[in-house]
Design a protein. Structure first.
Length: 153
């Protein structure tokens, strides 16, 4: 966590670096080097080269950030109802990140609040919604206008 801030908070990331990488890749069709973040270790992975392509999938919690969204042409929001999101965060922290049960439970609550504050509002600018039903089980996509979750954002 950059600056010791929860990952859903844009201040925990270098959003300007993401934007600076996307612009040459999408607008000028230039290859870029990136260092993906390894959530298991908390450190960047080895650099890799991303080459221009006709389809670029930008995924991550800040793919809907206002500085990036003008460059997006089609936006999918992966959504779990708030109780399910908290449960899935607990499972991920406990099983994939090796947190002990108490730490995973506490972390899930803190991140739940950050998700509501920083990410859920981006649902308003999504074109489509994919619903998370269970761990690694999804439905959709459906047009965002048809989603029954718009009142939550």
């Amino acid at each position: 966590m950059l600056k010791n801030v929860i990952g859903y908070d844009p201040n925990s990331h270098r959003i300007s670096a993401m934007q600076q990488n996307i612009e040459p890749l999408l607008m000028k069709r230039l290859a870029i080097k990136v260092r993906p973040y390894d959530h298991a270790s908390g450190r960047p992975k080895q650099p890799l080269t991303v080459t221009p392509t006709d389809v670029l999938i930008l995924e991550g919690v800040h793919a809907f950030h206002p500085s990036v969204i003008p460059m997006s042409r089609l936006r999918y929001f992966i959504y779990a109802d708030l109780a399910k999101a908290r449960e899935l965060k607990f499972i991920a922290d406990f099983m994939e990140r090796s947190y002990d049960i108490q730490t995973a439970f506490a972390h899930a609550h803190v991140e739940h609040d950050a998700f509501i504050k920083h990410l859920l509002p981006f649902l308003r600018v999504a074109d489509h919604v994919v619903s998370v039903n269970e761990y690694w089980k999804y439905d959709g996509p459906i047009p965002a206008d048809d989603a029954q979750i718009a009142t939550l954002a």
